[in-house]
Design a protein around this ligand. Structure first.
Ligand code: PHE
Length: 358
């Protein structure tokens, strides 16, 4: 029989020298495969007598094990090395500037949402969402707008065909139903904003049937009107990027808040140009108030224990004010020239630290 020590050394050094997974595989086949050298020697064992066979068999097995272990170990090393070199070849330099030919632009609505989320995110609000198609309960009744309530006429509602329960679903007329859904599922304290699409059957210079709102809701045991004011004034400063934004809160009415207010911010108009900040004029920008105890109760929250505030504003409106976009309807024209002019570079993500707008 062949000298097994020599055979083992020869095979092991071939394994050590293999420089690819393929080369290793052909060594495995030539040594341990069906016609491999070790396998052939195994077949020869049958010709030996019993004692010799036992001794030679053990030695052969030891060679086989040593070679196959070495192959396994080498295989792992080679696979790692192959992955390393693949990764090195595919390296991407993420510090390179954006390629100038990228023409895509973010719509001002998306940009405004990102800015609002950045600001309220910093104040500890999280983002909540709800469906565009709502039921009567979430859009109206739970918000203290029972059937026949005159406030229903304030919303020119799109009704959908009657469902199996005999009720007509609606396209949500405001983002306030997301308040309801949040209060029903989250145990206070809670602090959310709900940005999204809203719908009203209305179309003229200043109204489109689909538009966007952001809703805010804070519920805990102590938040009061002072917190509401501070929170919204801070928001306006950050959003309009003007350090001095005078604000006033005018008493108003919403069925779901008590007391209710509309917030105005200071502005000036000279030569047909509107400027946000200290000036001689006021501009209404949002509705707000303390959540009505009946709304808390309808959502399963004890009004004797909890209280809080809510606000809602129109996204198109505050985007038009900040970016000087004169015509609401152009938001929905899908005109590339408009988007190239008013759009935003997608990788310039708004953050408070770096500035909201480039
Ligand atoms: N949902 C109101 C609207 O669409 C806005 C609002 C929200 C007012 C929350 C007060 C509190 O007109």
């Amino acid at each position: 029989m062949e000298n097994l020590d020599e055979l083992r050394e020869e095979l092991l050094s071939a394994v050590a020298a293999a420089d690819s997974v393929d080369a290793l595989e052909s060594i495995r086949v030539s040594a341990l495969g069906r016609k491999g050298r070790v396998t052939e020697l195994m077949k020869g064992l049958g010709k030996l007598d019993a004692d010799e066979r036992r001794v030679a068999g053990q030695s052969l097995n030891a060679v086989k094990t040593a070679v196959s272990d070495a192959i396994d170990a080498r295989q792992g090393g080679l696979a790692d090395a192959a992955l390393e070199s693949e990764l090195a070849a595919e390296r991407v330099d993420i510090t390179l500037p954006v390629r100038s030919e990228s023409e895509g632009r973010l719509h001002p609505i998306s940009q405004t949402f990102d800015e609002i989320i950045a600001i309220f995110g910093e104040m500890g609000f999280s983002v909540a969402e709800g469906p565009d198609i709502e039921d009567d309960f979430h859009n109206f009744t739970a918000l203290n707008i029972p059937p026949e309530h005159p406030a229903r006429q304030m919303h020119d509602t799109f009704y959908l065909p009657e469902g199996p329960d005999g009720e007509r679903p609606v396209l949500r007329t405001h983002t306030s139903p997301v308040q309801v859904r949040t209060m029903q599922t989250v145990t206070p304290p809670l602090r959310i904003i709900a940005p999204g699409r809203t719908y009203r059957c209305d179309s003229d210079m200043t109204h489109t049937p689909m538009f966007h709102q952001v809703e805010g809701l804070v519920i805990d045991k102590t938040s009061h009107m002072g917190h509401l004011k501070g929170c919204l004034i801070e928001f306006c400063r950050a959003y309009f990027e003007v350090p001095d934004v005078p604000a006033r809160f005018r008493p108003s009415y919403f069925p779901f808040t008590e007391p209710s207010a509309e917030m105005d911010i200071g502005c000036s108009r000279s030569g047909g140009e509107l400027k946000i900040g200290a000036g001689d004029d006021w501009l209404e920008i949002l509705g707000c108030g303390m959540v009505h105890p009946k709304v808390l109760a309808a959502c399963g929250i004890d009004p004797n224990e909890y209280q809080g505030f809510a606000f809602g504003m129109g996204i198109e409106r505050i985007a038009m004010l900040k970016y000087g976009i004169p015509d609401l309807r152009t938001f929905f024209d899908a005109d590339m020239r408009w988007l190239r002019h008013y759009g935003f570079v997608p990788l310039e993500v708004p953050t408070l630290l770096r500035g909201l707008t480039p």
